[in-house]
Design a protein around this ligand. Structure first.
Ligand code: DGY
Length: 327
């Protein structure tokens, strides 16, 4: 008998074909996110779940799904899943690291460049038919090349962001829970800095730390005040790492120059005050959204799920030690 799995959001045909080869699949190709009740009912007695960051997998849900053995998230971040609650029930949790590093780094750079050169402002200006001619002092932006880039979170994506800075002759400083290996620092020409030092020195700050209770509001009013008034902040990781209300106040009163944001608190209902600010570039959580990368993420999640449910070892098993310890 094939294991029974639920896929909560629309995925690609090749993902479904692969899954169907190994599992009995119920796929929500209609793509509307399930409510918690609907999700519990759909999982029912299924063995596996392939889900997205829009699905909350918490203890209350797990209580209602006693047969569940594996949860494969289609994302590298897994703050939508209560991993300790899964581990306590012996449920394997997997994610999709590696396949999205370059695409997410590209998007962080897109936001940084767009905010520095005021791309959303100038595009509206042209679309509104307001452009009457070239002027020397028109739409002055700031240079990214030769500036100082501060990266907060120097995991795989942070390192891909740093690599791109070499082509722009930037000075790169970074802050991370743990200092990276000296050979990585040397390869990326990146110097470790304390958080306050980074906030004070960087012209551009890109946040790439995972979201957790420790990183909730890592950047709030106090940290924004420590930045240069000319600083540009990019959040390409998770909403909640930045206190959005504090950022809005800082963008309004000139505490910092501008921001580029792919993620928000309370997505998709972002704070409407962002919409009135000209000095912010907004994107709807598309960091990893290229066709090739989203296909690779979905297939990676499917491979993890199949391995978990067919006696294999999922390649990206995030709670392996906790589940193994439980026996
Ligand atoms: C991730 O992988 O965590 C991304 O945010 C999903 O797009």
């Amino acid at each position: 008998m094939k294991p029974k799995v639920l896929v909560t959001r629309e995925v690609f045909d090749d993902t479904l074909e692969f899954l169907a080869h190994h599992c009995d699949v119920d796929a929500n190709q209609a793509d509307a996110a399930y409510t918690p009740d609907a999700l519990a009912a759909k999982i029912g007695a299924r063995d596996g779940l392939m889900c997205a960051l829009t699905d909350r997998v918490d203890a209350a849900l797990l209580e209602r799904c006693p047969r569940l053995k594996a949860v494969a998230n289609i994302a590298v971040g897994y703050n939508n899943i209560d991993v300790p609650a899964c581990s306590a029930r012996g449920i394997m949790v997997t994610n999709t690291p590696g396949v999205l590093d370059d695409s997410t780094a590209d998007l962080a750079w897109t936001l940084m460049l767009a905010a520095a050169r005021r791309i959303t402002e100038v595009e509206s200006y042209i679309r509104n038919g307001e452009w009457t001619g070239w002027k020397l002092k028109q739409w002055l932006g700031v240079d990214v090349h030769h500036a100082t880039l501060g990266i907060v979170g120097m995991g795989r994506i942070g390192q891909a962001i740093a690599k791109r800075a070499m082509g722009f002759d930037m000075k790169v400083i970074y802050h991370n829970r743990k200092r990276v290996a000296p050979e990585v620092e040397a390869r990326l020409n990146a110097q470790y800095a304390g958080m306050d030092e980074l906030l004070a020195q960087a012209d551009f700050i890109i946040l790439q730390v995972p979201f957790s209770p420790d990183t909730h509001h890592l950047i709030g009013a106090a940290q924004l005040k420590k930045m240069k008034p000319t600083a540009i902040l990019v959040n390409s990781t998770r909403g909640g790492v930045v206190d959005d209300a504090a950022l809005i106040a800082a963008l309004r009163d000139g505490t910092i120059r501008a921001a580029g944001l792919d993620v928000f608190e309370n997505e998709p209902k972002l704070n409407p005050a962002f919409l009135d600010l000209k000095n912010v570039v907004l994107a709807p959580h598309i960091g990893s959204s290229t066709e090739a990368t989203r296909r690779a993420m979905a297939m990676t999640a499917a491979q993890n799920l199949v391995a978990a449910l067919t006696g294999g070892t999922p390649p990206n098993w995030v709670n392996k030690d906790a589940v193994a310890k439980r026996g």
